[in-house]
Design a protein around this ligand. Sequence first.
Ligand SMILES: [Zn+2]
Length: 211
Amino acid sequence: MTPRPRRLHLLRLLPQAWVTTSGPGGRRALYLSFDDGPHPEHTLPLLDLLAAHDARATFFLVGNRVEQHGAVVARIVQAGHTLGNHSYDHPRFEMLPLAEQLAQIDRTDQVLGAYDQRPRHLFRTPRGVLPLPLMTHLVRQRRPIAYWSYDSLDYGRRPAPELIEIARKHPPRDNDIILMHDDSNISLQMLATLIPEWKVRGFRFEALPPA
Ligand SMILES: [Zn+2]
């Protein structure tokens, strides 16, 4: 298992205008990103950890979960993090016609806009699938799909200590966008150890610029 599987290397060959695979920040910037929240139990402790390290991040939220846990979303915005769009109910995009994919995106933009007053948001597809008709449509809107360059592997039911060892063996690099999830406490366990170690290496933690 590696945080940089072959697929990610291939995606980096595509133009950033189609698929965003690295952050804009320059030297020693890392971009933590959290998918599948907000979660009523796991997101708030993560916000506390980030605040303790003066770290900003990007939260790719699921629209119907935003509707259920609005107070958590307000806290994310107050803390200075960026909101991203991760569809309305996390369907399999590759099984949906384009019109329904776009409806998932639009509906979630509206739900998120109530919290950050923005009409559109960075968009990341569920499970990172990249349907060509959708990508073509979004390229025309100058709206790249927000991908990542470094996979924390935190969704694979491996224990945090094992994932921390993998991350130590394959350390992140300048401008990496790091994929994590806040629907379990694995990312919190990993970052409680890794953020201090990465800070020692000179990294700072930034939110992706909003769309
Ligand atoms: Zn997801």
